[in-house]
Write a protein that binds this ligand. Structure first.
Ligand SMILES: [Zn+2]
Length: 392
């Protein structure tokens, strides 16, 4: 056995911990590039309070707004250019990203790109589509503060960047892009509406389940993934139904964090492979795409992961009886996930997401990549086509 385990230097988890931003940022630098996402926290004055907590400790703060979508090549490039234009040097600068997965990914890409001596598009550095360039200068330190409970991007070293033409969704990846500090304050997720809570929460659950059975799973991340899966299975429905429930919000924020730690150190699988293609070709948001694909991905892997899936069934709020066979326990887990999706209003078919038969061949091609390679059972183009067609 051999594996590497990479993690943020410091994880600060807990209700209300956002007030520690200034104190924590001051350990990393003197100047803060604060990247913020949606309007809710700005309108409620939360972002201003965060800025003040930094300024109160003598830090310079410059606020930048992230576009309201999963980051594209042109979003990264134009922000890099604007921020470069506003500063003569990035010495003692820390990037603080406050938002959902898209904002944290954009923050990580900025931290990497702002300090590279070559002024080229982020595209050049992306896996599979760039010119194979690698980062030559260590990225700026990053503080990630998630405001949704989903992608776990606060604990991963990659940023997913997409493009519309040509269509792709690829990662910028570097150990130096792992946030130095993750501040996970579940209270920030209280204002997230139910449908976003459901989709992002299903992303965390999918990440935990896929990382648990991935071909590249390793002992330590697997333990985290299993714990995260249990938290998501036990808390997601309640977090969607009653967004103010503190225990449910804490459970989901923790599940998302664990899912990030797990996936950053192992692999994913079929659901994530297809989710990338659904994002590229049909514009389906990542969490929703994962949610729709998860039951099918679990079924696809049922034969080869019977034992692992049967053990994961113990994490259900109502686990199966002890005396049933591993096969039945594994099937019970898959059925429970299907029921969870149904209760959350997640559509069962790909056509409900706008997928048409003519999309299938693009989806098959677009699903290839890092995630699909991690799937425990091999996936040929023919097999993937059959899975997707059965879901139309
Ligand atoms: Zn995901």
């Amino acid at each position: 056995m051999d594996y590497t385990y990479l993690t943020p230097r410091q994880i600060v988890f807990g209700w209300g911990t956002r007030v520690r931003l200034g104190e924590l940022a001051a350990t990393l630098g003197k100047r803060v590039i604060l990247l913020v996402g949606g309007r809710t926290l700005t309108q409620s004055g939360e972002i201003e309070r965060l800025e003040n907590s930094c300024r109160g400790l003598g830090l310079d703060v410059e606020r930048w707004k992230a576009p309201n979508r999963e980051p594209r090549v042109e979003d990264v490039d134009s922000l890099v250019e604007s921020i470069r234009g506003s500063a003569s040097s990035f010495e003692e600068t820390v990037v603080v990203a406050v938002g959902g997965g898209s904002v944290m990914d954009l923050g990580k890409a900025l931290a990497a790109l702002l300090v590279q001596p070559e002024r080229v598009s982020v595209r050049e550095y992306l896996e599979g589509v760039g010119s194979g360039r690698t980062l030559t200068v260590e990225p700026l330190p990053i503080i990630a503060m998630p405001t949704t409970a989903g992608t776990g991007a606060e604990a991963t070293k990659n940023a997913v960047i997409s493009s519309e033409s040509p269509p792709f969704k690829k990662s910028l990846r570097s150990n130096g892009m792992m946030p130095s500090i993750a501040i996970v304050d579940p209270e920030l997720t209280v204002s997230v509406p139910p449908e976003v809570t459901a989709a992002t929460g299903m992303d965390a659950l999918t990440q935990c389940l896929e990382a648990s059975i991935s071909r590249r799973r390793a002992p330590l991340p697997r333990l985290l993934a299993r714990e995260g899966a249990g938290l998501a299975l036990r808390n997601l429905e309640l977090a969607v139904r009653d967004g103010t429930n503190r225990e449910a919000r804490e459970g989901m924020s923790h599940a998302a964090l664990l899912s990030g730690l797990a996936l950053a150190n192992s692999g994913l699988g079929l659901a994530h492979g297809v989710a990338a293609a659904l994002g590229m070709f049909v514009n389906v948001p990542h969490g929703l795409a994962c949610a729709v694909m998860l039951p099918a991905a679990l079924r696809y892997n049922l034969d080869c992961c019977e034992q692992d899936l049967s053990e994961l069934a113990d994490q259900l709020p109502e686990p199966p009886a002890r005396d049933v066979s591993p096969r039945q326990r594994a099937e019970y887990l898959v059925e429970s996930v299907e029921k969870l999706c149904e209760s959350l209003g997640i559509p069962r078919s790909l056509s409900a997401l706008g997928v048409r038969p003519e999309h299938i061949s693009d989806l098959v091609k677009g699903s290839r990549g890092n995630s699909l390679d991690g799937n425990p059972r091999g996936v040929s183009n023919g097999e993937l086509k059959a899975v997707l067609e059965s879901m139309l």
